[in-house]
Design a protein around this ligand. Structure first.
Ligand code: AMP
Ligand code: MG
Length: 421
C-alpha cells in the first residue's frame, strides 16, 4: 500500500511553522508497511486543497490529511474534501453535542463557531478526538481511503494511533517497511554511488539510496516485506552485498558515529591515544571523548596553536617551523611523534592546517591540512585539500573526521579486521 500525506496550513507553506506531522506520519506508516509517495503542503485556500485531494486520491491507496479542521474561516479542509467528493456538508447533531460537552467539561460554553466542526461530507464518517474539539473525518474517494485529522500534533498523533493506524494495519496484514543506513567515510557520494549503481536502480526491493552530510555518505536501505521477518531477510541480503562492495568505507550503521567506531576499536584492542592539534583547536580530543568510557583509551589532547606552543610543549624545533612553515609535513610529523612519546600512548594524531578564511597562499591554500598518525611502526603523514569552498567550521570538522577515520583504518589494519560490524 502507498500513501500521500497532505499538510494544510498557510503557516506551513510559508515556512513559519515546520511541518512535523508529515515526518511523524511517514515513520508510523513505514512500521505498518505503507510507503509514502510524497508529502504535499498546501496553504489555506479551498481550491488548491480540493485539487490536491483529487489528485492524491487518483494515485494512492491512502491519503492522510492534517490541519484545516479548526472552527475559523481559514480552516477549509472539510469544505475542500466535500467538494472533491462532490457532496454537501451535513450537520450531525450528535457531534454538536460531543463538542459542546468537550467545552462543558472544561467549564466553558461552546462558541457558535465550533458548530462547523460537527459538519461532515455526506457519506463520510467522523473520527473521535479525545484531546481537542475537531473530530477527524474518514472517507472513501476514488481508489483511496482518506483520513483527515487535526493539525495540532498532539491531537493528530492520538487520533492516528487510536483509530487510523489499526484500520490501516488491518489492511496491510502485518506488512512492514524497515530501514537501515550504513555510514561511510573516505569517498564521495558519486564514487560510492558508482560502486552500488545496480543496487540503486528503481523498482527494486529493497531500495537503496545515498545521502551526504559533512563528508559522511549514508547508504540507506529500505526493505518491504509481508512480515517483519521477510523484510529483515531481504534487507540483510542487500546490506551484505553493500558491505561486500564498500568494505572499510563503512564505519557503522544507523546512529553510529566515527567516534563510536574508533572508541570500540580502541577498547577492543586495549590501545591508547593522544592528540596534538593546531587548526582543529581541540575538536579531535572532543570527538575522542564524546563516547562514555573514553578514559579507557584517551590520555591527553594538546592544543598547540602558536608556533611557540608547538616548540614549548611538544619540542618541535623552531628552525623546523621556520624552514617549512607551521602547516607542513615535517611539522605535522614532529607533532604526532612528540605527542606519542610524551604521553606514552599507542597512537598519536597530529593536525596542522589552514582553516581560513584568511591565511591562504597559492601553494598553501585555505583548506590545506596535514594529518599525522604515529604508532609503534612509525609515523605517516597525509596531505589533504578540503577546498576553500568550505567555511572555517566545515574545514575544521572535515579535518577532525578525516583524522578519526585515519585512526579507525589503522586500528582495523592492525587488528586484522576487514570491516566494522
Ligand atoms: P489547524 O488544525 O490547521 O487549525 O492547525 C492547528 C495548529 O497545529 C496550527 O496552529 C499549527 O501550528 C499546528 N499544525 C498544523 N499542521 C501542522 C503540521 N503539519 N506540523 C506541525 N504543526 C502543525
Ligand atoms: Mg490551520
Amino acid at each position: 500500500m502507498d500513501a500521500i500525506i497532505l499538510s494544510i496550513g498557510s503557516e506551513l507553506a510559508l515556512g513559519e511553522t515546520i511541518d512535523t506531522n508529515s515526518a511523524w506520519l511517514a515513520q508510523r506508516l513505514a512500521e505498518i508497511g505503507v510507503g509514502v509517495l510524497r508529502h504535499v503542503t498546501v496553504g489555506d485556500d479551498i481550491e488548491p486543497i480540493r485539487r490536491q485531494i483529487e489528485q492524491a486520491c487518483g494515485e494512492a491507496d491512502v491519503v492522510l490529511i492534517t490541519g484545516g479542521l479548526g472552527p475559523t474561516a481559514d480552516d477549509l479542509t472539510r469544505q475542500a474534501l466535500a467538494a472533491a467528493m462532490g457532496v454537501e456538508l451535513v450537520l450531525r447533531p450528535e457531534w454538536v453535542e460531543k463538542i459542546r460537552s468537550f467545552f462543558a467539561c472544561r467549564g466553558r460554553s461552546m462558541p457558535q463557531a465550533n458548530a462547523i466542526q460537527a459538519q461532515f461530507p455526506a457519506g463520510s464518517e467522523p473520527i473521535e478526538n479525545t484531546c481537542g474539539t475537531a473530530p477527524g473525518i474518514r472517507a472513501s474517494l476514488g481508489r483511496s481511503m482518506v483520513f483527515a485529522m487535526p493539525g495540532v500534533p498532539r491531537e493528530m498523533r492520538e487520533m492516528f494511533e487510536r483509530d487510523v493506524r489499526p484500520m490501516l494495519a488491518e489492511r496491510t496484514g502485518g506488512a512492514v517497511l524497515i530501514a537501515t543506513v550504513l555510514n561511510c567515510f573516505g569517498a564521495g557520494e558519486s564514487d560510492i554511488g558508482q560502486q552500488i549503481d545496480d543496487l540503486m536502480q528503481r523498482g527494486r526491493n529493497p531500495t537503496v539510496g545515498t545521502t551526504a552530510k559533512q563528508g559522511v555518505i549514508g547508504v540507506r536501505i529500505h526493505s518491504r516485506g509481508r512480515s517483519a521477518a521477510e523484510a529483515r531477510k531481504l534487507l540483510e541480503a542487500t546490506e551484505q552485498e553493500v558491505r561486500r562492495r564498500l568494505g572499510t568505507l563503512i564505519y557503522g550503521r544507523d546512529s553510529e558515529t566515527l567516534s563510536d567506531a574508533v572508541a570500540r576499536l580502541l577498547v577492543e584492542g586495549g590501545k591508547t591515544v593522544s592528540v596534538a592539534e593546531s587548526c582543529t583547536g581541540g575538536l579531535i580530543a572532543k570527538r575522542l571523548t564524546d563516547v562514555p568510557g573514553s578514559s579507557r583509551y584517551f590520555r591527553a589532547g594538546l592544543v598547540t596553536y602558536a608556533n611557540e606552543a608547538k616548540t614549548m610543549w611538544l619540542g618541535v624545533p623552531a628552525d623546523l617551523i621556520a624552514g617549512h612553515g607551521a602547516v607542513s609535513e615535517p611539522v605535522a610529523r614532529a607533532m604526532a611523534e612528540a605527542c606519542r612519546r610524551l604521553n606514552a600512548t599507542d597512537y598519536a594524531i597530529g593536525v596542522t592546517g589552514i582553516a581560513g578564511p584568511e591565511g591562504g597562499t597559492a601553494d598553501k591554500p585555505v583548506g590545506l591540512v596535514f594529518i599525522s598518525l604515529a604508532d609503534a611502526a612509525g609515523c605517516r603523514v597525509t596531505r589533504h585539500l578540503f577546498g576553500d569552498f568550505l567555511n572555517r567550521g566545515e574545514i575544521r570538522e572535515r579535518a577532525a573526521s578525516t583524522a578519526m577515520n585515519l585512526l579507525r583504518l589503522r586500528l582495523m589494519a592492525r587488528g586484522g579486521q576487514a570491516c566494522s560490524a
